[in-house]
Structures are given as structure tokens and as C-alpha cells.
Design a protein around this ligand. Sequence first.
Ligand SMILES: [Ca+2]
Ligand SMILES: [Ca+2]
Length: 225
Amino acid sequence: MMRKILISSVLVAMVVVLESFSATVSIPDMSGSTGSIVKVPVEIDDASGIAGFQLTLNFDESILVAQDASTGNLTDGWLIFYNAENEGQISIVCLNSNLEELGNETGSLIVVSFLVSGEIGASTEISISEANFRNSFAERIPVSLESGIFTVDVRKGDVNGDEVIDISDVIMCLRMAIELPLNIGQQQYMVPYPSWLISRADMNNDGEVNISDVILTLRKAIGLD
Ligand SMILES: [Ca+2]
Ligand SMILES: [Ca+2]
């Protein structure tokens, strides 16, 4: 009898330990400028046992528009399916088709691409719901969830929002100085340019885009500033 109680209390203790050391699935705090595509990873600090999972990301639809989801560095070659039809959320299922479980690794499970559409300074929480992590026997793996905050910001000089400042930004700044149309992504922008585009090109913050901004963008592009 005593032994039975002892064993069961050891089991309870083990379960408590396992629960308290369960993995955390999280989204990092990130920022990006309007009109650009940002890639937001869903990360895990201990992927032990995972062979498949599903989850939904929730966010402010006026700030982020989900484009697609792809596998992360832990899930290369896994099957992935997503549904981004509903505004403000994207649902994802990801599975190792050989039912091979991940080891005790840290990294990204999936990467979700968003088009940033909010005004500069706006922010939204990206939260995780419907999270369901399973091992190769379809047994549940407990995880704790952490949201991330996404903030719309601006990188001065990166007119096309591709994360680098180079000659293409100089040309775009030049085109804006003489009020020509420009193409960013699939979109064409003409006068009056949207305010987020002006704030990218207006290097000296005087409210207009002219030869001063072209020179300052060129200095950045060739590494003088
Ligand atoms: Ca650029
Ligand atoms: Ca200016």
C-alpha cells in the first residue's frame, strides 16, 4: 500500500515537472514599414517529440494582411497547409509525413509572410490560438504560448522596403523628386504619394522629397553616411 502511494506520488511529481518544463511557442516582437512584406517566425524553445501541429495566428487586419505560410528551420521538408481567407487570422497545419519526431531543438516551426498595411506607429499583437502539438502517436504535447507585438515603423532611405538601401532606392527617390510614378511590389504609386512612402524618401524630414533627399539617399547607398 505504502509502495503504491509512493509510486503514484513520484508519478504526480514527474507530471508536474514535465508540465512546468513544457516548451514555449512564441512570436518575436518585430517591426516593418508599410507596403513591405515581413516574415514573422513562430518559434519554439524545445521541439522534443513534435511530429505535427496546428495553430492559428490572430492580428489586427488593418495593420497586417497574411500572405502565406512556409516551413521553418526545424520543419524543412514537412507538409504545410494554410488558410488565410479570413481577415485578421491565418490557420496553419504542419506535419512530418514520415512521422519523425523533432529532438530537443530550438528554432522556427513556421514562417508567416505579411503585407504591412498600417500607418506608421500603429501596432498589433500577434497571438496564437487553437494550438495543438502532437507526437508520432497523436499524443498531445503541452506547450505554453507567447504573443508578439508588431509595430509599423519606417526605415529612412529604403524607399522600396526591401531592407537594404541601394541604387534602386536612389532612383525611386529621384523619381519622387520629379513626381514620376514608381512600382513597389505589384503596386504602382503616383502623385499624391501615400504618406508612408514620403516618410521613407524624405531623408531630412522637411515634408517634401527633392534633390536633398536624393543626395542623402545616395550617401547612404554608397556608405558615406
Ligand atoms: Ca531598398
Ligand atoms: Ca526632404
